[in-house]
Design a protein around this ligand. Structure first.
Ligand SMILES: CC(C)(COP(=O)(O)OP(=O)(O)OC[C@H]1O[C@@H](n2cnc3c(N)ncnc32)[C@H](O)[C@@H]1OP(=O)(O)O)[C@@H](O)C(=O)NCCC(=O)NCCS
Length: 177
């Protein structure tokens, strides 16, 4: 679809558990996940599958109530948010920072749907539900020099901790709920 058509479409945030989980839907989500990921090549199919499981698949499986899909009017997937309320996000250096911001999330959009506020809509859907569930804070971990740090700042996530893992500078961004 040309970018201009994508920009003209209205996009709605839906709960994962309210959608039919068709092969087409999973395929579109996988393609958004891998496109947005910094890791582009894998030693084997098993390594690729393990990577998908760690950062995406296990959330859909274990925390389906905390997954949201941004759907375009024509039924194509604009993006997704997956998260968990009190499971560690997998960064040992941030265990202490996570005490005040126990929930965490991962959000990604297809390129043609970026920079039109859909990411913020996904975040606010998650935060509203997390607030109702009594969560005190939510965090994301990203690269300190990533462009998305500006996005997170605008939706209320501020730097609370930093570390370096395998030569990459990472930042822990937390939002009080
Ligand atoms: C980050 C993201 C979810 C934000 O959603 P969005 O709907 O595009 O955000 P908004 O329209 O509210 O704001 C635009 C901001 O998004 C971020 N953004 C846009 N395109 C981006 C890209 N290709 N890579 C990283 N961040 C991007 C920027 O911070 C941008 O602000 P800027 O123009 O001042 O740099 C979305 O852009 C995206 O999926 N980006 C690529 C993958 C990513 O970085 N995911 C987060 C991993 S921690």
């Amino acid at each position: 679809m040309p970018a201009s058509d994508a920009a003209a479409q209205s996009v709605t945030v839906r709960r994962w558990r309210d959608l039919k989980h068709s092969k087409k839907l999973i395929k579109e989500l996988d393609s958004i996940f891998f496109e947005a990921s910094n890791t582009k090549s894998f030693a084997s199919d098993e390594a690729r599958a393990a990577f998908r499981e760690r950062w995406f698949g296990r959330y859909l499986e274990h925390y389906p109530e905390w997954a949201y899909i941004a759907l375009a009017a024509d039924g194509s997937v604009a993006g997704y948010l997956v998260g968990a309320l009190d499971e560690a996000s997998g960064f040992e250096d941030f265990a202490s920072a996570a005490q005040a911001f126990p929930a965490h999330l991962h959000v990604n959009l297809a390129p043609r749907f970026r920079s039109r506020g859909i990411g913020a809509d996904l975040i606010e859907a998650f935060v509203a539900d997390a607030r109702r569930a009594g969560t005190k804070g939510v965090h994301v971990v990203t690269s300190a020099d990533a462009r998305n740090v500006r996005f997170y700042d605008r939706v209320g996530f501020k730097p609370r901790a930093a570390t370096t893992v395998n030569g990459s500078d990472l930042v822990f961004l937390g939002r009080t709920i």
